[in-house]
Design a protein. Structure first.
Length: 330
């Protein structure tokens, strides 16, 4: 058995099944898990009573308009490093994504300086080939300069939809292929108790991608039709967004938002629905009838719709269907 510490940086709900699997396989040397930004992921991991220290690091800077806030963020990150750097020596550090997460990029940059550490890029959803690299906009060039000042990292910005991009260290970093033992997820799974169950994943994208009122209307209309056809409906709120206030009066079963989709028991699900959620991929691959409701929304950007559709089809092996109306509910 290796005497090296194992540290996991969890960046998104989709990482959780891999985090738990890694912990179970390496519990003797896994001494800490760092959850970046998603508090509901932190709550879920804490609820599992794992014998490991779990730390939560939130994003606090949401705009680059205030120079005082930028200075505070630089100071905060340096303070966090001073607090946690003791863990990062003679360690194997696993992380999951190079994109849209400059706090993880900051930590990896500091970690990589110590040659006794080995960084593992455990990629299971980064797919930059779906996007076209473009000349970095003036606004993003400015953001990159601010990020360089805050983190000391030279990020890239050619893929605007996945801004910013962290460049992997050249020396002590390895890329590995994701592998999951589903038995780990079954051990902690959330079970649905209805007889004809439909699971509906709510979107976390918001008004930047589609007309919000059209999204709410689609959800309500779909739920009404499902009940009419005898389904027991389970809504799964997005971990970051939670249950939309306009849907709080809808009479459905609500799965706690902190439970990752990978920890929902698939055995008794007849139908799985959603919009842009990557959670649809896993259910489709488990041969559960799965539909994306994206075509039913009023999209702000047709290009963004095309990217989402392409992503879901590629990741699911073309197993996800796309509903243009309610006729698929039978």
């Amino acid at each position: 058995m290796s005497d090296r510490n194992l540290i996991i940086i969890c960046q998104a709900p989709a990482d959780v099944q891999y985090v738990v699997n890694m912990y179970n396989d390496n519990s003797a040397r896994c001494n800490s898990i760092f959850v970046i930004n998603v508090f509901n992921v932190f709550l879920f991991l804490k609820s599992l009573d794992l014998d490991v220290e779990i730390y939560y690091i939130p994003y606090k800077l949401h705009s680059f308009k205030n120079l005082v806030d930028i200075m505070k963020e630089r100071k905060r990150l340096n303070s966090l490093w001073s607090q946690y750097k003791i863990y990062f020596s003679n360690s194997d550090i696993y992380f999951f994504s190079r994109f849209e997460d400059w706090i993880t990029g900051y930590f990896l940059n500091r970690i990589s300086v110590n040659c006794s550490n080995t960084i593992y890029y455990y990629n299971h959803y980064d797919n930059p080939d779906l996007y076209t690299k473009q000349k970095v906009s003036v606004a993003n060039r400015i953001r990159l300069l601010f990020l360089k000042f805050i983190t000391g990292v030279t990020f890239k910005g050619e893929i605007a939809e996945m801004f910013p991009e962290y460049s992997l260290p050249k020396n002590n970093c390895q890329c590995i292929i994701a592998n999951i033992n589903n038995k780990v997820s079954d051990k902690f799974c959330y079970k649905l108790t209805g007889r004809k169950n439909c699971l509906l994943f709510l979107s976390g994208a918001g008004e930047k991608l589609y007309i919000y009122t059209s999204y709410i209307k689609v959800v309500v209309d779909v739920v009404d039709k499902l009940y009419l056809m005898g389904y027991d409906v389970y809504l799964k709120p997005h971990p970051r967004v939670g249950l939309h206030k306009e849907l709080r009066g809808v009479k459905v079963n609500i799965i706690p938002e902190y439970i990752p989709s990978e920890f929902i028991d698939t055995k008794h699900i007849t139908l799985c629905l959603g919009f842009d959620s990557t959670a649809l991929v896993g259910f489709a691959k488990n041969n559960i009838q799965t539909f994306s409701l994206l075509p039913m929304l009023n999209f702000i950007s047709k290009e963004q719709y095309a990217i989402m559709e392409k992503y879901l089809l590629r990741m699911s092996g073309d197993k996800i269907c796309f509903a243009v109306n309610l006729d698929f509910i039978k």
